[in-house]
Ligand binder design. Structure first.
Ligand code: SAH
Length: 241
């Protein structure tokens, strides 16, 4: 989905901001950068600030007008630090992300950023169907590349299929594995006298809620089952004595 998202910078004054935008995009899995009348491009300062994301700069397209930069896009939103007239529906980055990603089926989408000093002019806004405003204090103007970063982060969060915290060696436990664990725990809790057989449901429901919240992976459930099995065998040996 993110392949279909184009970041458009209009009238950028500082080439460093173009490089920092490329870096922000690569961090967040975006790759399509379009520049409208950049003051200086290509530029060594952009390359320096891209910090390795130079592929995005190399592939960036350069245009004379915003209309040209978004000609092949079926959905275009603008960004602005300040509220404009009511002509444009206003979205938070999170709302805009849902809107933008839902349109990627139909074709390319563009998110447009304005010049550092002045922001987008009304003639550029006329090409946009809504306006994304990043919530701030009354000091509302973010650095251009930082505004790109915030929007790119929201897009990435909404699409990242595999959070990298997941241990690839151990997939999440399946419902069946969890059911075996709960059965085992319930059985031992009953046998040990901890769980009252008159009212077993309530306790087990709370226990389930606890473990479901933790979303254990397969290894972790195996460890828990191993502990239960060890307790069980010890008790058994003790009983025989
Ligand atoms: N004075 C200008 C500030 C331009 S900052 C203005 O009022 O718009 C350069 C660009 O960064 C803006 O055109 C916009 O694309 C983006 N930007 C900066 N702060 C933003 C914010 N709070 N919300 C959304 N976009 C922002």
């Amino acid at each position: 989905m993110l392949d279909a998202v184009r970041i458009v910078l209009v009238g950028t004054t500082h080439p460093g901001n173009i490089g920092a935008t490329a870096r922000a995009m690569m961090n967040m899995s975006l790759s399509d950068l379009a520049l409208v009348r950049p003051r200086t491009f290509p530029s060594s300062e952009a390359v320096a600030r891209a910090s390795g994301a130079t592929g995005i700069l190399d592939n960036a397209s350069v245009h004379e007008t915003l209309a040209d930069a978004v000609a092949d896009c079926s959905f275009v939103v603008g960004t602005s630090a300040r509220q404009r007239s009511i002509a444009w529906p206003q979205l938070t980055p999170r709302e805009a992300t849902q809107e933008v990603l839902s349109r990627t089926d139909a074709g390319r989408v563009a998110i447009v950023f304005g010049p550092e000093k002045t922001g987008l002019g009304n003639e550029d806004m006329d090409l946009c169907s809504s306006l994304v405003v990043i919530p701030t204090t009354t000091f509302s103007s973010l650095n251009l590349a930082m505004a790109v970063q915030v929007i790119a982060y929201e897009l990435f969060l909404a699409t990242d299929p595999e959070p990298r915290l997941q241990d690839p060696e151990s997939p999440p436990a399946t419902a069946e594995e969890m059911a075996h664990f709960y059965d085992h725990l319930e059985r031992l809790s009953l046998e040990s006298g901890f769980l009252n057989p008159e009212n077993p449901r309530y306790l087990m429901r709370r226990v389930r809620r606890l473990f479901n919240r933790a979303e254990p992976d397969r290894n972790e459930v195996n460890i828990l089952r191993g502990i239960l099995a060890a307790l069980e065998s010890k008790r058994w040996r003790g009983g025989e004595r």
